[in-house]
Write a protein that binds this ligand. Structure first.
Ligand code: ADP
Ligand code: MG
Length: 474
């Protein structure tokens, strides 16, 4: 991939001056996070980690990722309404993975009762890396689709300005003028506002369901404040608050301390650590309610790694989206090799291949949030240990994507300024709203570029590995 900043990246004095300006610009622009020491209050904050330089992204792949986003929105929405597909796909997984099994039980329970919810809101983020072929050309490869709590749409709405200033400090005003505007916060809020409007009660509020520890609160506030500017009331509550104060009326309208809730936007609830017994009960209450859940539990299940792996089987996309061959082709063109480890010959064969050549693969459990995948020697050891046990089915295998690294500086509070070899991951936000059977909104809502040093195989921004970036199209 082109390296547009070759002339400045090793110029120590220029880099130091630009980095100082960059940090102050980030603070001024609100690219903020609470600190690890004081995660519960905003008295002390710092800048969220980001790259000094915007990273090169091939224009054609960037456009390809945008062009396929509405297809992925349609697909996720279709999966969420297909009980047979979810049941069949997750049957082996829920036997061995307790977290997925508990989500699935709630899913079945709310379907048996009958859904009270009639308006559906999806906010997802489809993530990609640029796989570098032997001939040096890059291809867009999907890493995953996040269907719950996809974050950083807020903070990333502010990074392009910071990178624009950095380029000007470095004498590159012309290049700065080519950085694209990007405002996922606005796009996400548009979807939430549409769902709120269709729910149809002026008095009702939007509830952000948030974690106990909220270091990334400013990212959420960006979306929240867009809603306030549309005169939509927003409240922030934890599962524990829902357990203590949430209730349903006879028509299953959701009330939180007396206020009716139109939309529940989850920024919580995607990993087992988010749940104790009370939180599971709170989740069930929310799912049973008439409120628009973003996502509802079916859509959360549609985002599992196991579902992703099944989507790559020949014929699956066609069955899920009949009569849409162009959409199917666009999506399939972004898939990397994905393999089932279910019991049987197919699983035995790929397990043996991965044990023999672990560097070709990534081993993934049904977890979100980064830091869970296994690579290389560790992958080999774990697979060797579980290859003859049912535990194997709680994982999937994926071809390892190998992007071309580029030099950059990762700016983190209290860290020395040093050049790193980096790779990037592009995310496209998708938003859609469905009322009954009718799709009333389906859009790509902006992008997120995250960059990390190559020595880290795994992990996102919240996990402390990747940092925020801005694409510079080449
Ligand atoms: P999570 O749900 O934990 O975010 P991901 O599938 O996104 O799981 O994987 C986490 C990180 O691991 C990604 O952000 C990426 O850096 C790396 N990763 C995941 N899949 C691959 C792959 N197939 N090839 C190379 N790196 C990968
Ligand atoms: Mg991810």
């Amino acid at each position: 991939m082109a390296a547009p900043w070759r002339d400045v990246v090793r110029d120590a004095a220029a880099v130091r001056e630009a980095a100082a300006a960059a940090v102050d610009a980030a603070l001024l622009a609100g690219v903020l996070m609470r600190t690890g020491e004081q995660p519960h209050a905003s008295d002390v904050v710092n800048y969220a980690p980001f790259t000094l330089l915007p990273s090169a992204v091939p224009r054609a792949l960037f456009e390809q990722a945008y062009a396929v986003q509405q297809d992925f929105n349609l697909l996720v929405d279709a999966i969420s309404q297909n009980k047979e597909f979810l049941e069949q796909t997750l049957a082996s997984t829920i036997k061995v993975d307790d977290f997925t099994a508990r989500l699935f039980r709630i899913y079945v329970q709310v379907l048996e009762e009958g859904l009270a919810q009639t308006v559906f809101l999806g906010i997802n983020r489809s993530d990609y890396m640029f796989d570098c072929g032997l001939d040096g050309t890059a291809a867009l490869r999907q890493i995953e689709i996040n269907t719950i709590a996809a974050s950083f749409g807020g903070l990333t709405s502010r990074t392009a300005d910071v990178h624009g200033l950095v380029l000007k400090v470095l004498g590159k005003a012309e290049e700065a003028s080519h950085l694209l505007p990007n405002n996922p916060a606005k796009g996400l809020a548009l979807g939430i506002a549409k769902a709120w409007e269709l729910y149809g009660s002026q008095r009702a509020v939007v509830m952000f369901l948030v974690e106990e520890i909220q270091r990334n609160i400013f990212d959420q506030r960006c979306v929240e404040n867009e809603l306030w500017s549309r005169n939509i009331r927003v409240i922030r509550r934890r599962f524990r608050d829902v357990f203590e104060q949430g209730s349903l009326d006879a028509s299953r309208r959701l009330y939180m301390d007396g206020q009716e809730v139109a939309v529940v936007y989850y920024r919580e609830g995607y990993v087992p650590q988010n749940y104790d017994q009370q939180n599971w009960e709170a989740r069930l209450l929310l799912e049973r309610s008439r409120a628009v859940k973003c996502p509802d539990i079916a859509t959360q299940l549609a985002g599992t790694k196991k579902v992703q792996q099944e989507l790559s089987r020949p014929g699956t996309l066609e069955k899920l989206l009949p009569g849409r061959p162009e959409a199917v082709a666009r999506m399939r063109a972004t898939f990397a090799g994905l393999y089932s480890l279910d019991e049987g010959e197919e699983g035995d064969r790929i397990a043996a291949t991965a044990i023999a050549d672990p560097d070709r693969f990534v081993l993934k459990p049904q977890r979100e949030g980064g830091g869970n995948n296994l690579y290389g020697e560790e992958l080999r050891q774990v697979l060797e240990k579980i290859k003859d046990s049912p535990e194997r089915t709680s994982y999937i295998l994926m071809d390892k994507i190998k992007p071309q690294p580029a030099l950059n500086y990762l700016l983190r509070a209290h860290s020395p300024l040093q050049v790193s070899e980096c790779i990037s991951e592009l995310g496209i936000f998708g938003v859609y709203v469905r009322q009954g059977q009718q799709l009333v909104l389906n859009q790509a809502a902006g992008h997120l570029l995250r960059t990390k040093a190559i020595e880290h195989a795994d992990g996102g921004v919240a996990a402390g590995v990747a940092v925020l970036d801005t694409p510079y199209l080449v």
